[in-house]
Design a protein around this ligand. Structure first.
Ligand SMILES: [Zn+2]
Length: 263
C-alpha cells in the first residue's frame, strides 16, 4: 500500500504542476460527492465498505512477513469502451495501446523519469507488481480485442450515464470509458468502497486527450490514466478530498453546511 501511496503522491504532484499549463483536473472527488448526494441510502454501506477495506489492508500489511514472497505479478484485465460521435475522440487502437503502455510503466516503476523522484519518496517508490492487460475474452467467453466502440452523444457529457451503454462484469474487468469531454475534467473513477455499493458505476471515465501519449493525447497528459487507476485501487487524493471530518467526498473548499443542505 505504501508503494501505491507513493505512486499517487507523484501523480498528484504531476497533475498539480501541469494544471498550471492548462491541464484539466481529476473529478473523482466531485463525482463521489454527487454519488453521495444522489444516493444517500448508500452512505451506510459505503462507510462499512471503507472500514472493511481499511481493516483488511492493515491485516494484509501486518501478515506480510508470514506470507513469504509476494513478488508474483497481479494481472488486471481491462476493456476500453470508446464512446464517440465519429470525431477525434474515436481514438485509434494504437492510442489505446499507448495508454496501457504508459499505465503499466507507471505501476511497474519503468517510467523514464524515475530518476527524478523527490527524495522524500525515493525509499518507498517501487514496482507494484501489477499489470493491466487488454481482455481477450468477453463476458460471454467469446474472443475480443478488449476495445469496444459505441456511438453516443454521451461522449460530450462523460458522467456515470456512459456506464449504462455497456458495462462488463466489474469483478472480472476494469471498465474504462474514453469520451470527448467531462465538463472540463480529465477523468474520474469510483473508489472501491463506492463501487461495491454501486457496482454498475464501477470503472474509469477519461477524456480522450489524457489517454496514452500519441494521437489526441501527449506524454504530459498521459499520467492521468495511472492516476485514475490509483483511485480504482483505493488510493485517495493526498489532500483527502476535503477538510471536513466524516465527509470524505465533499469538494475542497465547500462548507459542510452546503453539503448538508443538498442532502
Ligand atoms: Zn484523482
Amino acid at each position: 500500500m505504501k508503494y501505491f501511496n507513493a505512486l499517487l503522491c507523484w501523480l498528484c504532484a504531476a497533475l498539480h504542476l501541469q494544471s498550471q499549463t492548462s491541464m484539466q483536473m481529476c473529478g473523482t472527488d466531485e463525482y463521489s460527492f454527487e454519488l453521495y448526494r444522489s444516493h444517500p441510502e448508500l452512505q451506510t454501506m459505503m462507510e462499512h465498505n471503507r472500514a472493511y477495506l481499511k481493516d483488511f489492508t492493515a491485516q494484509y500489511i501486518a501478515n506480510e512477513s508470514s506470507r513469504g514472497s509476494t513478488d508474483s505479478l497481479y494481472i488486471i484485465p481491462v476493456v476500453f469502451h470508446i464512446v464517440h460521435m465519429y470525431g477525434t475522440e474515436n481514438v485509434s487502437d494504437a492510442q489505446v495501446l499507448s495508454g496501457l503502455e504508459v499505465l503499466n510503466r507507471n505501476f511497474r516503476k519503468q517510467h523514464p523519469d524515475t530518476g527524478s523522484i523527490p527524495t522524500a519518496f525515493k525509499a518507498i517508490a517501487a514496482d507494484c507488481d501489477i499489470e493491466f492487460r487488454l481482455a481477450h475474452k468477453d463476458p460471454n467467453g467469446n474472443c475480443t480485442d478488449g476495445i469496444n466502440r459505441i456511438p453516443s452523444l454521451l461522449t460530450k457529457v462523460g458522467d456515470h450515464r456512459v456506464k449504462d451503454l455497456i458495462h462488463w462484469e466489474p469483478s472480472a474487468y476494469l471498465n474504462v470509458y474514453v469520451v470527448k469531454s467531462i465538463a472540463n475534467l480529465a477523468g474520474h473513477c469510483l473508489m472501491p468502497d463506492q463501487a461495491a455499493a454501486k457496482p454498475e458505476w464501477d470503472g474509469i471515465v477519461i477524456d480522450d486527450s489524457y489517454l496514452g501519449n500519441i494521437g489526441t493525447s501527449s506524454e504530459q497528459t498521459s499520467v492521468v490514466m495511472a492516476h485514475e487507476a490509483g483511485h480504482y485501487l483505493n488510493l485517495f487524493h493526498i489532500w483527502g478530498g476535503n477538510n471536513v471530518p466524516g465527509y470524505f467526498y465533499q469538494p475542497v473548499g465547500q462548507p459542510a453546511i452546503v453539503l448538508l443542505a443538498m442532502m
